[in-house]
Design a binder for this molecule. Sequence first.
Ligand code: NFS
Ligand code: SF4
Length: 653
Amino acid sequence: MAKLQELINVSDLTTCEATAQMITKARKDGVELFFDRASNMKACPIGAESACCKHCSMGPCRMNVNSPYDRVGICGATIDTIVARNFGRMVAAGTAAHTDHGMGMLELFRDVINGKNTDFKIQDPMKLLEVAKALDIVTEGRELKEIALDLYAELEKTYTQVDGEIPMMKRVPPKTLESWRKEGIVPRGAMREIMEMMHRTAIGVDQDYENLTKQISRTALADGWGGSMVSTDITDILFGTPSPVEVEVGMGVLKEDKVNIIVHGHEPILLEAMIISAADPELKKMAIEAGAKGINLIGMCCSGLDALSRHGLPHAGNFSSTEAVLVTGAVDAMCVDVQCIKQDLKRVAECYDTPFITTNYRAKIEGALHIQLDEHDPLKCTEEIVIKAITRFKTRGKTIEIPRKTGLGVHGFSYEYINYMLGGSFRGSYKPLNENIINGRIRGVAGVVGCTNPRSKQDFSHVELVKELIRNDVLVLQTGCSQLALAKAGLTGPGAAAMAGPGLAEVCETVGMPPVLGLGSCVDNSRILIAASKMVRTGGLGETIADLPAAGCAPEWMSEKAIAIGQYFVASGVYTIFGHTFPMTKGTKFEKHLFEELETKGFGKWGFADDPLEMARLMIAHIDKKRQALGIDKARERVLMDMADRRILDATA
Ligand code: NFS
Ligand code: SF4
């Protein structure tokens, strides 16, 4: 163990008590975690500003981050070309991850309707009809299977369509779509957009940062309004549309007397199959015969968020806690599929005799046990994993330490449920939300999303930012690892309304909702797009998404997927702030383009801040600017005056 580790205070690495406890235990056990490596390995300063190009073997070419225009690459590429190309490739990679995941869900949907997979069935036919109708598929007087087959064929275009607009463009507010048409960025199929993005960023192709930006937006839109949106809708159709459910989160959900199985990754099929296997009476009996009180299935990261929203399944933590949870020694198996799975999980699992199993042919880990999950017969894989976990339970060592802390919160707010919750079952509508924004009780809406990162104190910025936003009457929508940060901190329960400003608190108390609404995994950011689209269509808040008093933030991001998400929010009209680092050389034309010029063209724009209170300040200032442009800033002043008046009255009473 490096000496340095002793010097780094655990409280500087995380605000998650359970993770802190496990970092301390890992140090005692002599087990290195990614926190230690992040502390010991300095980020390359040129790479951090994205000022280096290795797209051909004449290079790699490194620019000077302090005076970026004093040289060009061997081929002549300028700093703007280099940074824009690097950024474009991040967007392409992020989009590929979400769309490949979505394509997998669509294939599963096809197999279920064709009877090739009999373990699953359509859980939400109403949603199937709703999505079909939104895409102009005839539903009247037709069999569900017929409609489903048409829907499959239509949605496949999201990925494969060579030319023309993808189907989900029908859901975009008309004026927003018009601005995309004008700019030439309405996406075709994601495969085409990713291919073109990769082509245009190769040596000697597109060397105009503004032109590159168009393809960057087009690719990202093929993710948000394409691959991710299809993934969310199909997952809802297959496994049920979430509605609010109370869930326990944090490492305290591990049970000393049960067989603990962790599922970590992103594609819902593994966890859905695991839910069936964990409930299998024979396997349960086997667990009891092994001396356990039962099988305790737990999710992590986005797989976990999917199952938490849909089934109320307990969740052990976000990205920065996936190694730490193994340090408890109480995990009897960890199985993974794709994305955000640190290679070192295998080694940490070995240190604690935990079986670590990869299940997807696209994501093997050298030396790790692989049990392939066959989409046509998924239970074969998951049953085997449960048996392995039971075997491990029997031989568990004595050095188990489970942090006691858990958080309780309400999650599973689909955009459909927001509709119902605010409008009531018979007149479900976004009107009450819009009205409360117009009258100023709700100042605006913020999406706080994204990863945690060992270079940033875990959960700290997420929690402080959200606290500040709700204190200022901003309603917060959440997805991804951010949602878990807030859930652990206890801000996703109705009790959190007490921490909100007077206007937002009043709405939350009337409706009985928390001021922080968890919408699910990262592909479920598409729910935020649909909600924004509904707000525009409902009226009173402008004609495009860019007119809404709304802003987004990923304060502790780390994945290329986050960059793709950020770009589709920006292209959709949202001011989007990223924290702690940004892959951008300062003082470049490309930076100005993303951070200022896009907004003048009617899009959103990028922002950056390191401090959560500064992030909140920028977001609130933007929301207020939009309120002013809509002419509803006066209404808010009145509401605040009313509150002040009331307080004076109370004081004099
Ligand atoms: Ni999103 Fe999910 Fe978490 Fe970041 Fe990774 S789990 S898809 S990328 S780290 S939020
Ligand atoms: Fe250097 Fe140009 Fe090759 Fe990039 S593409 S490595 S800038 S020569």
